[in-house]
Ligand binder design. Structure first.
Ligand code: GDP
Length: 298
């Protein structure tokens, strides 16, 4: 992912090499090329406009430094603006003062929620926490089994409905898991919820009801970075219908352009907290805006 963007930006910066000073025409031409690079990478149009305006203003403005050559100056500005659209600072889970910390996962079916639940649990365990994975995705027939497999792989406990004990009612399962966590001293509860293929009202209501029932400390919106502008649209629908605190980007190992997913933080105003880049437990990391910007700049 981001190969095209990386290549295009590198070519743009190369054109500036050897120039002692940038004319207004140089800045305009560079801004135009960066604009095309971002649009081709599928970055949201409003984000691109804001980005280009900032680059232009800063490149012509008083901050232009004598210590850097024009190409270095533009790279520095683009780097800082990329970090800004990616949310600025790194932000991960805010743990509750009184455990358990409740993390709820929401998103479309196939976004990678259940896989992510395992990765998150594995990561939390490595950080010294004792997480409980909860299967509140009762929509898909094998979702509960999948979650149990994922929990086992991550080396954590999975909580699923017992036959006759709230089967089919994800809200009751989610609520019951809170008692389980308190009784057995799990300090983090990760609640996996059902997703539909598209945004619909029933899905939103169920997610909102689970949220009301467990009062999560963090709601994470999990989104497939491969789905293009739908990532932004879905994020907007979930932001209104359920509300969330942070974003998890999945499938960053894919060959899609990825720019849409990178626009979510700016469009919705919520940080990207984690990134997933494969099916293995270790293909997961805390999202660092500055590292992602460096990766895009090559
Ligand atoms: P859910 O419906 O949101 O719970 O999605 P799943 O966790 O079941 O994931 C859907 C599919 O995407 C599965 O085949 C996963 O193995 C796959 N998947 C999840 N995360 C990633 C990722 O980061 N990279 C790749 N390549 N595949 C992933």
């Amino acid at each position: 992912m981001f190969d095209t963007l990386q290549g295009r930006l590198a070519a743009t910066f190369k054109n500036l090499r050897g120039k002692a000073k940038l004319s207004d025409a140089d800045i305009d031409a560079t801004a135009r090329e960066i604009r095309i690079a971002l649009l081709e990478a599928d970055v949201n149009l409003s984000v691109v406009k804001e980005f280009i305006a900032a680059v232009k203003e800063r490149a012509t403005g008083s901050e232009v430094s004598e210590a850097l050559n024009p190409s270095q100056q533009i790279i520095k500005i683009v780097n800082e603006e990329l970090i800004r659209i990616l949310g600025g600072d790194t932000r991960t889970i805010r743990f509750a003062k009184k455990p358990p910390t409740v993390i709820m996962l929401a998103g479309l079916q196939g976004a990678g929620k259940t896989t992510l639940a395992g990765k998150l649990a594995h990561w939390l365990k490595s950080e010294g926490h004792s997480p409980l994975l909860v299967a509140a995705d009762l929509q898909r027939p094998n979702a509960v089994t999948q979650l149990q497999v994922v929990a086992q792989r991550a080396g954590v406990h999975g909580f699923a409905p017992e036959p006759g004990n709230g089967v089919g009612d994800p809200i009751q399962v989610a609520r019951a898991s809170m008692g389980e966590a308190e009784r057995r001293l799990y300090d983090v509860v990760i609640v996996d919820t059902a997703g539909r293929l598209g945004v619909d009202e029933t899905l939103m209501k169920q997610a909102a009801d689970i949220k009301a029932a467990v009062n999560p400390d963090e709601v994470l919106f999990v989104v497939d970075a491969m789905i293009g502008q739908d990532a932004v649209n879905t994020a907007q629908a979930f932001a209104t219908g359920v509300g969330f605190d942070g974003v998890v980007l999945t499938k960053l190992d894919g060959d899609a352009r990825g720019g849409a997913a990178l626009s979510i933080a700016r469009v919705i105003g919520k940080p990207i907290m984690f990134a997933s880049s494969g099916e293995g437990l270790k293909d997961f990391d805390v999202f660092h805006p500055e590292r992602m910007a460096s990766r895009i700049l090559g």
